[in-house]
Design a protein around this ligand. Structure first.
Ligand SMILES: Nc1ncnc2c1ncn2[C@@H]1O[C@H](COP(=O)(O)OP(=O)(O)OP(=O)(O)O)[C@@H](O)[C@H]1O
Length: 250
């Protein structure tokens, strides 16, 4: 792996869907290794379209995407999909095996891992999300919050360069939401998190991006962006009623 290169570099990425809808107008973005970054923005801003370019589900109309120095291209997709761990909003899109163990082993086994190394990957990933006790259970017997944690483990088991989460806090009760935040904070991996949950972005991510109409309209400390009422209003972002952004730390 290239040392010293950022986790993710997106340059002048533009994309129109086949029906002609222009979803991205030229996105430039660099995320350094170890950063946790929130991707905010109203419905239709282009967040999902951008994320789908990060592991080659969509490929660039114009521009480039690089993950740890490797360009996303048809001939690099296998390695790119190992490096970019995508956690979908619905864990049931990700869990389909009879047991948690088999679901978490699926990706690394596909990479050719077997035996002790495969077991280690599965154990480590489940331990990191606090779900080792459920290793032999069927995923469909778990609660939604537990399934989301297992979905995160399926991706961690690939030892990704960057973990990309789509709405990680959606449909979680307050305790599960808090527990997942603790887990995400404890991981030593680069994180990009799409969310409409602004307090969650503030809690987890030092840096946020605001996408709007296919471009990155703002990029800065989450704290500063969320304290800017005019910026939020301009991009249809709203803090929950009564939520006050705490005074700037330090
Ligand atoms: N398959 C598609 N075909 C045509 N247009 C699409 C398609 N998917 C998305 N779009 C359009 O692309 C633009 C960006 O959509 P995208 O889903 O990336 O936004 P988003 O920021 O993820 O929104 P949300 O917060 O609702 O998930 C929108 O105008 C949307 O209507």
């Amino acid at each position: 792996m290239t040392s010293g290169s950022p986790s993710l570099t997106v340059s002048r990425l533009a994309y129109a869907y086949p029906d002609g809808t222009q979803a991205l107008y030229g996105v430039d973005l660099t995320i350094e290794r170890g950063e946790r970054v929130a991707l905010l923005g109203p419905n239709g801003a282009g967040k999902t379209t951008l994320v789908m370019h990060l592991n080659g589900i969509l490929t660039a109309g114009h521009g480039t995407v690089e993950v740890a120095g490797l360009a996303v291209r048809a001939d690099t997709l296998r390695e790119i999909r190992r490096r970019v761990g995508l956690v979908f909003q619905d864990p049931d899109d990700q869990l389909f095996m009879p047991t948690v163990r088999e679901d978490v082993a699926f990706g690394p086994a596909n990479l050719g891992l077997r035996g002790a190394e495969l077991d280690r990957r599965v154990h480590d990933a489940l331990e990191r999300v606090g779900m080792l006790d459920a290793i032999d259970r069927p995923p469909h017997h778990l609660s939604f919050g537990q399934r989301r944690r297992v979905a995160v483990a399926t991706v961690l088991a690939m030892e990704p360069e960057i973990l990309v989460l789509d709405e990680p806090s959606s449909n979680l009760d307050p305790a599960s939401r808090r527990e997942l935040a603790e887990i995400l904070k404890s991981l030593d991996v680069t994180v990009l998190m799409v969310t409409h949950d602004l307090p969650y972005a503030l809690e987890l991510c030092e840096r946020s991006l605001i996408m709007s109409e296919g471009v990155i309209a703002a990029d800065g400390p989450t704290h500063a962006l969320l304290a800017d009422e005019r910026l939020l209003a301009a991009h249809r972002l709203e803090l929950p009623y009564g939520f006050a952004v705490p005074a700037q730390p330090g």
